[in-house]
Ligand binder design. Structure first.
Ligand code: ATR
Length: 277
């Protein structure tokens, strides 16, 4: 039950109907007995800045931002965190004291989803060079990863990303798997409706962790192949759950738990295996 005092937040996307964030946040709201609501906000790109300012004026505490608004969200902010600056994108907005503040929690969410994995353990190989790759590469480097190698279909895009990140970032045509501690797919390959990612994992060392940010299906062909080789794997659902925590805490004043219950809640309608039906 929400009252006249309810705290409001939401998720902006275009389209936004597929977003699982309302289900997640409203579950946490219910769990913590909060007088609050989290709603989907379908906002067309050309009206994004206007809509954000209007929501702030309506008393919203803030919002999540998803495709295609993450760069526009960066631009609308009065201030952004250092990690949002490094990611070049914002996925979490907080409205307070008449200002719009932006954060990017995607990289943090990815790292949290890896459980006990220490990015200092060794080099990482990232497949892809889009927005997700940028946030994840920045988070890995900031957490002490000794080297990140970017492998992308469009090599020039990987080069531009490496230059923007600076530091221990390399670009390669073939993934240097032999000394990799972590392999991450940030492309859409392996997602339901897309071709699978075709990569021979034989050269990965036995201690390597294989992660995929795709979460539909929960076990992509890449993760299936890695598991078949006896490697540890992490799917994309954990990143989705963990990236939501800082926003919830900022708007509603409670830090929510990512546990088996919320994971099951979100996994319920996602196909487990590929090809997804
Ligand atoms: P996001 O912000 O989610 O990272 P994006 O910016 O559209 O999304 O990036 C998608 C990534 O998937 C890119 O690295 C893209 O490669 P290109 O830079 O060459 O476009 C990669 N990708 C998408 N479809 C692909 C395909 N069929 N084969 C190889 N890479 C693909």
């Amino acid at each position: 039950m929400i009252t006249g005092r309810a705290v409001l937040a939401g998720v902006a996307g275009w389209p936004v109907a597929h977003s699982r964030s309302p289900r997640l946040h409203n579950h946490w709201i219910e769990r913590h007995g909060l007088d609050a609501a989290y709603v989907p906000l379908p906002i067309p790109p050309e009206r994004f800045a206007e809509a954000v300012r209007a929501l702030a004026a309506c008393g919203f505490r803030g919002m999540n931002v998803t495709i295609p608004h993450k760069e526009a969200a960066f631009a609308v902010c009065d201030r952004v965190t250092a990690r949002a600056h490094r990611a070049g994108a914002v996925n979490t907005l907080v409205f307070a004291d008449g200002a719009i503040s932006g954060d990017c929690t995607d990289g943090l969410g990815f790292l949290a989803s890896l459980g006990g994995f220490d990015p200092r353990a060794g080099p990482a190989v990232l497949l892809g060079a889009g927005g997700a790759a940028r946030a994840i590469a920045a988070a890995l480097l900031d957490a002490g990863c000794p080297r990140v190698t970017l492998v992308n279909r469009t090599r020039a895009r990987a080069g531009a990303l490496a230059a923007a990140l600076g530091g221990a970032v390399a670009v390669a045509d073939a993934p240097p798997l032999a000394d990799a501690a972590l392999l991450v797919n940030t492309t859409s390959l392996g997602m339901a409706g897309q071709p699978p990612l075709d990569l021979d994992l034989a050269a990965l060392p036995p201690h390597a962790l294989v992660a995929d940010i795709v979460y539909v299906p929960r076990e992509t062909p890449l993760l299936h192949a890695a598991a078949a080789r006896g490697l540890a794997t992490v799917g994309g659902l954990g990143m989705l759950l963990h990236q939501a925590v800082p926003g919830f805490a900022a708007w509603f004043g409670v830090t929510p738990e990512v546990d088996a219950e919320v994971e099951a809640l979100l996994a319920a309608d996602i196909p487990a295996t590929w090809p997804a039906r």
